[in-house]
Design a binder for this molecule. Structure first.
Ligand code: PLP
Length: 405
């Protein structure tokens, strides 16, 4: 059963705003999503009524804050169906999750001459941390190529995997092309050679049901702010067998068992990877956001956004001079485009004047831009609250700008 999108929009106060005297049409959900009242209220309530540092206090408020924080870990576990809360590490976001993994995994598992495999359509945050680690260790980055349609070439992946490959890192959904990658198949191929896999779930978690056990991935990263939660919090999931073998990322409070000037022993999972005071207000708000989307039903959100994307593609393809990048068979709620020779920045700026928020540029995927032979695109990305009327506004806006040029 689908939800009532107009009712749901009332939960998001910002959607009632006007920009330059026009109703806001927010189509930049790939960059960040708007927050429902419930999420903001959870934060306000915690700051006003509960606030105390977690884990270290015997007093009432500290206990209560700790309970909320740890209950949030359980909510995340359930949301992605991890086996245990020891496998859920709180970070600042996808970027920090991948940096943590690249550092700790690199320290323990990578040596000179080894290889790390990423895909041609990764966000910089799933390229640069690996590149930095490779540089430190004298390892090599290898790339899974893609077709012109924006689909990964899995037959090439098989050829890339060898005894030197330490890890495969791949996004589940491309933030530029909207391609939904067959990550389960990537995992299967890698596991045939006992190679672990990290999945970047930044663009999948907000749009579809994710089950890390079903995917059988070894690591999975996502950001709170892209799934209607607050900024500054994210998750790294890791199978216990792997996390147990990796050294800590940062040192400090919370991640230790005992400290002396001679030697420090480390805390158990997940705390070993969580040095310092966590953003416990944000973790609670993230859990509130996950409960919110679960309440609507991830299947319903996916169905709503799929219908919206199909409708948008159909209407946009009729615009003269329209070029849509990527044509994967399995695609998500992201549409990158260019119209004639109108520069993406001009298109974005003029759409903004009509109250329509889209993203322009390279979308933190310069290697992908190079592969496509372009400098940038205009990107419209949908969220659970977008409507067909907003797609119509986008299409009419593009038409109007096209006629101006
Ligand atoms: N990975 C993908 C596919 C993304 O789209 C993004 C953000 O745009 C990131 C990683 C980085 O997320 P964050 O900036 O929240 O760390």
């Amino acid at each position: 059963m689908m939800y009532d999108v107009n009712r749901v929009r009332e939960d998001f106060p910002i959607l009632a705003r006007e920009i330059y005297g026009r109703p806001l049409v927010y189509l930049d959900n790939g960059a960040t999503t708007q927050k429902p009242r419930q999420v903001v209220e959870a934060m306000v309530d915690e700051y006003y009524n509960v606030n105390a540092n977690v884990h270290r206090g015997v007093h009432f408020l500290s206990q209560q804050a700790t309970d909320l924080h740890e209950a949030s870990r359980e909510t995340v576990r359930r949301f992605i169906n991890a086996q245990s809360t020891s496998e859920i590490l709180f970070t600042r976001g996808t970027t920090e999750s991948i940096n943590l993994l690249a550092f700790s995994f690199g320290e323990a598992m990578v040596k000179e001459g080894d290889e790390v495999v990423v895909s041609a359509m990764e966000h910089h945050s799933n390229i640069v941390p690996w590149q930095m680690m490779c540089e430190r260790k004298g390892a090599q980055l290898r790339v899974i190529p893609m077709t012109d349609e924006g689909e990964l070439q899995l037959e090439a992946l098989d050829g890339l995997l060898n005894e030197k490959t330490r890890i495969v890192c791949c996004t589940q959904v491309s933030n530029v092309l909207g391609t939904v990658n067959p990550v389960k198949e990537v995992v299967r191929l890698a596991h045939e050679k006992a190679i672990p896999v990290l999945i970047d779930g930044a663009q999948s978690v907000p749009h579809m049901k994710v089950d890390v056990q079903e995917l059988d991935c070894d690591f999975f990263a996502f950001s709170g702010h892209k799934v209607y939660g607050p900024t500054g919090v994210g998750v790294l999931y890791g199978k216990e067998v792997w996390l147990g073998k990796l050294p800590p990322y940062q040192g400090g409070g919370e991640m230790i068992k005992n400290v002396s000037f001679e030697k420090t022993t480390y805390n158990e999972l997940p705390y070993k990877f969580e040095a310092g005071t966590p953003d416990y207000v944000a973790t609670h708000a993230l859990a509130t956001a996950l409960d919110y989307v679960s309440g609507l039903g991830m299947e319903n959100i996916e169905a709503h956004e799929q219908e919206l994307t199909r409708y948008a593609l159909e209407r946009m393809q009729q615009i003269e001079g329209m070029h849509i990048f990527g044509g994967a068979r399995n695609r998500d709620a992201v549409i990158s485009f260019q119209v004639g020779d109108i520069h993406h920045l001009d298109m974005g700026t003029l759409l903004d004047r009509l109250g329509i928020a889209v993203r322009t540029g390279h979308h933190c995927a310069e290697p992908l831009m190079r592969r496509l032979g372009i400098e940038g695109t205009v990107r419209a990305s949908f969220g659970l609250y977008n409507t067909k009327a907003e797609v119509d506004a986008l299409v009419e806006g593009i038409e109007r700008i096209r006629r101006m040029f």
